[in-house]
Ligand binder design. Structure first.
Ligand code: ZN
Ligand code: ZN
Ligand code: ZN
Length: 267
């Protein structure tokens, strides 16, 4: 998902920098999403940005800003995108689809704060607000159907608890997106990659992630032996031990015990 008001503006679908500012092709509904072509606009509409679904929810978020509501890109708008793109949600009261990806995102590594903590309360509030923006019942949540199941289709729900878990998964696994231009170092958005989320961390990684546009590439940094685990660093490897520990514990809730951390801890 591309952030609001990137500078320079870039296509919400393919992440190319836009030649014209203001953009030529803007979503007529929410006016948030901008595109480089009608082809990108139509594809976004077809795949997730439906007029009664995500677009209407974005519009509701922007309208609510007039009454002191903060409709942030992260996590508020991104959560709606995950439910629409990975979940297949298209309209209030309409279902998400089991196996469409959203469950796989929810099952990724996540650190859900303990019940009755301030942080858990904050996330639960975001979940409830998300359901309100979607015009879904806060009590019942979003319906999830399994069309391949026995008739009638088996149904479950994504309510406050499920959305909170999803928020935590997204927080733990999100990647920064850069515009579809190899020289660009300007962060323009955020994405979660199911396969990219499988790599474990090391402070002496054997590979690194490289984002260009919506694609994620994993590039080896040295020769990798057959059968050796491929690792990446979740933090810049130029950080010292103290900085790495602070970042890793803060966002990913673990203390790294890789060879480099052990060696630097002793010295
Ligand atoms: Zn485009
Ligand atoms: Zn729209
Ligand atoms: Zn380490």
């Amino acid at each position: 998902m591309v952030y609001r008001n990137t500078d320079p503006p870039c296509c919400s679908f393919c992440l190319r920098f836009l030649e014209k500012d203001p953009p030529e092709f803007r979503c007529d509904g929410c006016k948030l999403e901008c595109y480089c072509s009608t082809a990108c606009k139509d594809e976004a509409r077809r795949l997730y940005h439906s007029s009664d679904g995500e677009c209407a929810a974005f519009e509701a978020g922007i309208e609510a800003e007039a009454i002191d509501f903060e409709f942030g890109d992260v996590p508020e708008r991104f959560l709606l995108r995950v439910l629409s793109q990975a979940g297949g949600w298209r309209t209030p009261g309409g279902p998400m689809v089991v196996g469409a990806g959203v469950d796989r995102v929810r099952m990724l590594q996540a650190h859900v704060p303990a019940p009755d903590t301030e942080e858990r309360g904050r996330l639960a509030g975001i979940s409830r607000n998300t359901l309100r923006l979607m015009d879904e019942s806060v009590e019942d949540g979003v319906r999830v159907v399994d069309p391949s199941g026995d008739e009638p289709a088996t149904t479950s729900r994504y309510g406050e608890a499920e959305l909170t878990q999803l928020l935590c998964s997204v927080n733990c696994n999100a990647h920064t997106l850069y515009a579809n231009d190899r020289s660009s170092l300007v962060p323009v958005g955020i994405a979660v990659y199911l396969q990219g989320s499988a790599f474990n961390h090391s402070c002496v990684p054997s590979a690194e992630f490289c984002n260009v546009g919506t694609s994620l590439t994993v590039r080896s940094l040295r020769r990798v032996q057959a059968g050796e685990e491929i690792t990446v660093s979740y933090v810049p490897t130029t950080m010292n031990l103290k900085e790495r520990r602070r970042c890793l514990e803060g966002q990913y809730k673990f203390v790294c015990a890789c060879a480099r951390c052990v060696a630097e801890d002793v010295s």
